[in-house]
Write a protein that binds this ligand. Sequence first.
Ligand code: GLN
Length: 235
Amino acid sequence: SSILGGGSAGTIVPGTASGFPPFEFVNEQGELVGFDVDLLTAVVDETDYELGEWSDLNFDTLITALQNDQIDTIAAAMTITEGRDETIDFTDPYYDANQAVLVRENSDFRPSGTGDLADRPIGAQSGTTGESEMQALVEEGVVSESQTTAYENYVLAVQDLVNGNVDAVIVDTPVAETFVADRPVVSAFTIETGEQYGFGVRTNDDDRQQALNEGLQAVMDDGTYEELTRKWFAS
Ligand code: GLN
């Protein structure tokens, strides 16, 4: 798509946070894989940039890593929020999500709304919009602060749910579906948050932002995006 190509514009070093299947996770071979990994690779391939080495970090350190130039973009199913938009920029949206409330399959507890979570121990991953929903329940007096746990990643949160240490986990709907398919958990209800994911870029890094937006448009137009959704999401 370019005359020069081959990374002549420079490098885009990507950062992510594994433990968020199917967007980014470490497979049985120990490789970092997922929808975001494939999508960003295809997107950068459409640009004059070269894709650098992936950094796998904790989700709640990604924005700092971007600001410190440790990485050049965040590809971590990160929701475009007003708060984050104050410190970094985002590409155009590439995926929609809401929040699901996961509970154990082998229990009678089937909450149908946030009120039913009253006085239950609940969890979410640190630094996420799911954690924000959890904090909102503290502010509404549904649960107390001491009943909430913020985990390093969602794999640990769901493990603690299965083990009975928390009674519910609040997590993005597409990721909840993956856990439901693989673990003894079910989605009890959904909180309609209307989130959209974007790739994060540094404020003022207009060149990378524009290149990624053009690359995103190209993979959406040529069918690559759809192919990747079929590869990574059960229909
Ligand atoms: N979309 C959610 C957020 O941005 C969760 C992302 C994640 O855990 N990787 O907070």
